[in-house]
Design a protein around this ligand. Structure first.
Ligand SMILES: [Zn+2]
Length: 297
């Protein structure tokens, strides 16, 4: 079954440079730097490569690489693709800003099942006044400032979206660093669990099999809404409201794809896309040669 995902319309906000800063609440956050410029890219572009990149940053965390290595990889990832949009990904509806209380289905970051919407949004705007940020959505840009115009254009491109989505496009929007790292790690865990589960045929150790199956069940997601378009063939058209949703769903499709497009390099253990190299077991010729020379790392 090939479930095509199509989504041309939505572009995602991104800034040219990000930094990790400790907020007044004591948590470390990732946010665009002051001098960064706003731009946007389409969800559809590099959709699979984006998943691979996200998973490979997570693999560094699973591989217990040093904090410096992980931080660098996380910053490279967000600089390329933007923040995950967790503020809209966690509530049960992207329209949560219309309500005083935000409902949160089970997730790994916030234990409460509901929170006052102000308090919830403040988790993502720890450096700024929330009311001013909301007012910014209505403001005209400073026409003399090219950066302000670019940011405004980006907001306008999202103007048919719920306000909660537009707010994730503001320069002042930030995400807790630990949450981003944990999310990337979860995606890597999903891929490596699948890989080891099927690597040597079906696992015969019943206890191990059940524990891996149960572990995987914890990683379901909230499906974004969709419509069916009648084109040359019926096509599912998804309404993504965050980069997180887009990656999570694309990854889930890739894991369930019978063609098994995700491969783990036998040498460097990086995840790569099947068909991108000639060999089925290695991400590159270099890794293949290194494996033949040195064996398993
Ligand atoms: Zn490799």
């Amino acid at each position: 079954m090939n479930m095509e995902i199509d989504q041309h319309v939505i572009s995602w906000p991104c800034f040219s440079e990000y930094e990790i800063v400790t907020a007044p609440n004591g948590k470390r956050y990732i946010r665009p730097t002051e001098k960064s410029t706003a731009y946007r890219f389409h969800y559809r572009v590099e959709r699979e490569q984006r998943v691979i990149d996200a998973v490979n940053v997570g693999m560094l965390v699973l591989g217990q690489k040093s904090e410096a290595v992980i931080e660098k990889a996380v910053l490279e990832f967000v600089t390329k693709y933007g923040l995950l949009g967790l503020m809209t990904a966690l509530p049960n509806s992207p329209d949560y800003m219309e309500y005083e209380v935000t409902f949160l289905p089970k997730n790994r970051f916030i234990r409460e099942r509901s929170m006052k919407t102000d308090a919830y949004q403040k988790l993502f705007f720890p450096f700024h006044d929330l009311q001013k940020m909301r007012a910014k959505l209505e403001q005209e840009p400073d026409w003399k400032d090219p950066d302000s115009c670019l940011e405004w254009q980006m907001l306008m491109s999202l103007s048919d979206q719920p306000e909660g989505v537009m707010m994730t496009a503001l320069r002042e929007y930030a995400e807790p660093y630990d949450w981003v790292v944990d999310q990337l790690k979860d995606w890597a865990y999903m891929v490596s669990s699948c890989y080891f589960f099927y690597k040597d045929g079906f696992i015969t150790d019943l206890k191990l099999r059940i524990s891996m199956q149960e572990g995987m069940e914890a990683y379901g997601g909230i499906a974004p809404s969709y419509i069916i378009l009648l084109r040359e063939k019926p096509t599912l058209w998804w309404h993504f409201h965050s980069l997180h949703q887009c990656i999570h769903l694309t990854l889930s499709f890739m894991l369930a794809d019978e063609n098994n497009p995700l491969r783990m390099c036998k040498y460097c253990k990086k995840i790569y896309l099947a068909g991108t190299t000639e060999d089925e077991w290695f991400c590159s010729e270099k890794c293949k040669n290194a494996y033949e020379e040195n064996g398993d790392q």
